[in-house]
Design a protein around this ligand. Structure first.
Ligand SMILES: *[C@@H]1O[C@H](CO)[C@@H](O)[C@H](O)[C@H]1NC(C)=O
Ligand SMILES: *[C@@H]1O[C@H](CO)[C@@H](O)[C@H](O)[C@H]1NC(C)=O
Ligand SMILES: *[C@@H]1O[C@H](CO)[C@@H](O)[C@H](O)[C@H]1NC(C)=O
Ligand SMILES: *[C@@H]1O[C@H](CO)[C@@H](O)[C@H](O)[C@H]1NC(C)=O
Ligand SMILES: *[C@@H]1O[C@H](CO)[C@@H](O)[C@H](O)[C@H]1NC(C)=O
Ligand SMILES: *[C@@H]1O[C@H](CO)[C@@H](O)[C@H](O)[C@H]1NC(C)=O
Ligand SMILES: *[C@@H]1O[C@H](CO)[C@@H](O)[C@H](O)[C@H]1NC(C)=O
Ligand SMILES: *[C@@H]1O[C@H](CO)[C@@H](O)[C@H](O)[C@H]1NC(C)=O
Ligand SMILES: *[C@@H]1O[C@H](CO)[C@@H](O)[C@H](O)[C@H]1NC(C)=O
Ligand SMILES: *[C@@H]1O[C@H](CO)[C@@H](O)[C@H](O)[C@H]1NC(C)=O
Ligand SMILES: *[C@@H]1O[C@H](CO)[C@@H](O)[C@H](O)[C@H]1NC(C)=O
Ligand SMILES: *[C@@H]1O[C@H](CO)[C@@H](O)[C@H](O)[C@H]1NC(C)=O
Length: 678
């Protein structure tokens, strides 16, 4: 069954082809034009050659005879019939021409023999508009007397049948290229114009290279490799040349687009140079943060930079760093610092952003950079894993394991020295020496033992230290400590310092007797120095602007020309005395300025000299360091009665650095006595 179907199809195909090849029809010649250049025999008019009957026409040789067809046809066969009555020679020595509309010969057949029927098969069929027959002179034929004739009894012309719509030409093998509708079946010409990509009268010529579209009027875009575009569609065969996109390659690319598949974006080529428009490859390196030949692959997490070759630092929460520049998004993990978080905290520091300072580890070994824990024991006077807690009251020294001696009050937690003297009957810096009766006379004088602590004195003209709320502090639960404030009510006494006057360690008695530096016009007649404006102070505090440490530089940079702002900020600093100053107020003559006294709770207490009730007073205060209490002392610039006390303080507190933050005279006013020798 299947086989027979196939056979059937084959037969059908054959039949169709045969029909097509056999498709011919006789041209109807009624109305055709006949002509000749010679005389016709008798009344044998030319028309007898096409009248379909047996009559003939005879023309005197030499001659031509022409049959013009009603229109141009593809002629397949021409039949000439001669005489059948024995005068066969009258079809001898003739030449048949096929002539097209341009009067060009398209077919030529010479025939010299005698016969009664000429059949000219023309293959492939030729477009003919006329058929011309030349009858040559008969030479050497004497059996018939002149004149000699060319006689044609009938002429038949067979033409190719009209082509199926859409085809034309000999055997209808050409396809019409009309924009719309059929073409003329012989010439292929179109009434509607040619299809896109075709041109010429017959619409059978393609556009010149570089042109496309209807009428071949459109120029190709910028094809890759200068290729010519598809003449029908204008599409570039291999894509666009650099810098162009779209299927026609007439759209200018944005930089960074590449052509082969023009919808693809370039990767991240370094310096944003465009990638190869065909391959998408970057001409050079990739932009930092990308790799791969197209530079489209972001670095793996944990890597960054040129070629993704650099490992991220230690980011907080194990975050992956910015693949371009390696920055950690949320800052560094504890123990690391810098924008890339590759640097460990410097010694002495630990924790997030390395903001924390190690405690007092023994031998100053660095603490653990993450936790702050000291690897070994604590330094003298400190306790706890991080060694930031001073010893409990009553203990001091290594591991806080030593008990204080018989102090008045607590001993120093580091070295055990009793700074406020000993209980009655005890002596020595540590008050561990029990006195017999004879040694009970006179104060315990002596330098501190084993001066380990470095204490610096800052001599202040103006210092206001604001302590951070977070600063560890055990003794003072205040946020702000006013250390010293200068006001303008300076002592009017002009004093020219001299060597003799500033000689250190002047007798304390002399200092007190030289009471010319008493505050002038002191208003504090009741001797009380309590805060006079608590409400005002509270209000001011609420207005205090908080600036994050890491924004401070920016803030100052933005506002440094705004003098008013800083004056306002300064005005917000709590002013006036904030805490009791009962001792100071009794020590007349030792204070340079009124209303600027050492607070009771933080004043430096000098060793008392017998019978001198104010001899433990000096206008100087302890200032806590960041991790260590009483790390510094802020002192008034000495006045004459204070010079001896000043040096006593230096000696007793084991001070080894003095920082002078004032000039002796500023703006014509005495700020500090020259307290050192030449
Ligand atoms: C007619 O045409 C033939 C063939 O071209 C030529 O030989 C002949 O001389 C012509 N006769 C005249 C009268 O022109
Ligand atoms: C056609 O060609 C023939 C010979 O080549 C010439 O004699 C004749 O005049 C031409 N006819 C026209 C209309 O050009
Ligand atoms: C002359 O015509 C006859 C019959 O059509 C043909 O067989 C023969 O080959 C022709 N001779 C020439 C020279 O064309
Ligand atoms: C196009 O058609 C014309 C007329 O039909 C013909 O002369 C020409 O050879 C054709 N050209 C091509 C390329 O087919
Ligand atoms: C592209 O082709 C045009 C015309 O064919 C020519 O003038 C031009 O020089 C060619 N350009 C390149 C880059 O080959
Ligand atoms: C040109 O484009 C047309 C239409 O898109 C398509 O049919 C034809 O095959 C193409 N020609 C070439 C040479 O690719
Ligand atoms: C060509 O590029 C432009 C932008 O440069 C874009 O908007 C357009 O979609 C692109 N065309 C194609 C066909 O990709
Ligand atoms: C791109 O970099 C990653 C590391 O970030 C690496 O694993 C990968 O192999 C690289 N790819 C290429 C093509 O270099
Ligand atoms: C951090 O990330 C790395 C790789 O992404 C992983 O191997 C490691 O376990 C992570 N560590 C933590 C603490 O999450
Ligand atoms: C990485 O850093 C670059 C350059 O500073 C920046 O443009 C980009 O937005 C950052 N990427 C991310 C994911 O934050
Ligand atoms: C040391 O610190 C611990 C707690 O960390 C505390 O219990 C102990 O009393 C402290 N010892 C001394 C002597 O300060
Ligand atoms: C300090 O304390 C630690 C732990 O509490 C202990 O191991 C060490 O022996 C102590 N050192 C001294 C000198 O007491």
């Amino acid at each position: 069954m299947f086989k027979s179907e196939r056979i059937y199809l084959c037969v059908l195909g054959f039949v169709l082809r045969a029909c097509k090849c056999a498709g011919e029809s006789k041209v109807v010649l009624q109305g055709a034009t006949l002509s000749t250049n010679e005389s016709v025999y008798g009344n044998w008019v030319l028309n007898r050659a096409i009248d379909g009957s047996t009559g003939c026409t005879a023309i005197k040789r030499p001659t031509w005879f022409q049959l013009s067809l009603p229109q141009t046809y593809f002629v397949k066969r021409i039949v000439l019939q001669g005489r059948t009555d024995g005068a066969f020679e009258q079809l001898r020595e003739i030449t048949m021409f096929g002539v097209n509309a341009d009067n060009n010969t398209v077919e030529q057949r010479v025939n010299t023999s005698s016969d009664i029927l000429r059949t000219y098969e023309i293959s492939p069929p030729q477009a003919m508009q006329a058929i011309r027959v030349i009858g040559h002179e008969l030479v050497g034929h004497t059996w018939e007397r002149p004149p000699h004739y060319m006689t044609i009894c009938e002429i038949e012309v067979y033409r190719q049948e009209d082509c199926m719509i859409g085809t034309y030409g000999p055997n209808c093998v050409q396809r019409c290229q009309c924009l719309e509708g059929p073409c003329e079946t012989v010439t292929g010409s179109c009434r509607t114009g040619c299809q896109r990509g075709w041109t010429g009268a017959a619409c059978n010529q393609t556009c010149d290279n570089g042109w496309h579209g209807q009428g071949c009027l459109t120029q190709c875009g910028q094809c890759l490799n200068n290729a010519t575009c598809n003449k029908t569609s204008g599409v570039c065969p291999d894509g666009c040349a650099a810098g162009y996109n779209g299927s026609l390659c007439i759209e200018k690319c944005d930089d960074g687009l590449h052509g082969l598949r023009y919808q693809n974006k370039c990767g991240n080529c370094q310096n944003k140079v465009p990638c190869n428009t065909v391959s998408g490859l970057c001409p050079g390196e990739c932009e930092p943060g990308y790799n791969g030949t197209m530079c489209k692959d972001a670095c793996d997490n944990g890597w960054y930079g040129q070629g993704c070759l650099t490992q991220c630092g230690q980011c907080l929460n194990n975050a992956t760093c910015n693949k371009t520049n390696g920055m950690c998004p949320d800052g560094c993990a504890a123990g690391y610092k810098g924008s890339l978080c590759v640097h460990e905290c410097e010694n002495e520091r630990y924790g997030l952003a390395c903001e924390k300072i190690c405690g007092n580890c023994k031998n100053k070994v660095p603490c653990n950079k993450l936790s702050g824990v000291c690897p070994g024991a604590c330094g003298l006077g400190y306790n706890g894993t991080m060694c930031i807690e001073a010893c409990d009251v009553g203990f001091f020294g290594d591991n806080c394991s030593a008990a204080c001696g018989k102090c008045n009050g607590a001993c120093q937690h580091i070295d055990g020295i009793c700074s406020q003297g000993c209980e009655h009957g005890f002596a020595g810096d540590l008050c561990m020496t029990q006195l017999n009766q004879s040694k009970l006379i006179g104060p315990a004088v002596g330098g501190s033992v084993g001066g380990i602590v470095v204490i610096a004195i800052v001599i202040v003209s103006i210092i206001a230290i604001r302590r951070r709320r977070s600063t560890p502090t055990k003794r003072h639960q205040v946020d702000d400590i006013l250390v010293a404030i200068q006001n303008d009510k300076d002592s009017k006494i002009d004093q020219t310092p001299t060597t003799s006057k500033t000689k250190p360690l002047k007798g304390p008695n002399e200092a007190i007797s030289n009471a010319v530096y008493a505050n002038t016009g002191s208003p504090e007649e009741d001797g009380l120095y309590y805060n006079s404006e608590p409400l005002h102070r509270e209000r001011k505090r609420t207005e205090i602007r908080l600036i994050a440490v890491d924004k401070l530089r920016e803030f100052v940079g933005d506002n440094y020309q705004n003098e008013k702002l800083f004056h306002q900020e300064f005005d917000k600093i709590p002013y006036g005395l904030q805490h009791p100053t009962i001792v100071a107020s009794a020590a007349t003559g030792k204070n340079r300025y009124k209303e600027m006294y050492a607070y009771d709770h933080s004043r430096v207490i000098l060793r008392r000299i017998a019978d001198e009730p104010t001899s433990d007073y000096i206008n100087a205060c302890h200032v806590d360091g960041y991790t260590e209490d009483k790390k510094y002392i802020a002192s008034q610039g000495p006045v004459n009665p204070m010079v001896g006390d000043f040096w006593r303080m230096v000696w007793e507190q084991d001070v080894c650095i003095i920082v002078m933050a004032t000039k002796l005279v500023e703006e014509g006013k005495m700020k500090c006595l020259k307290y050192w020798g030449e």
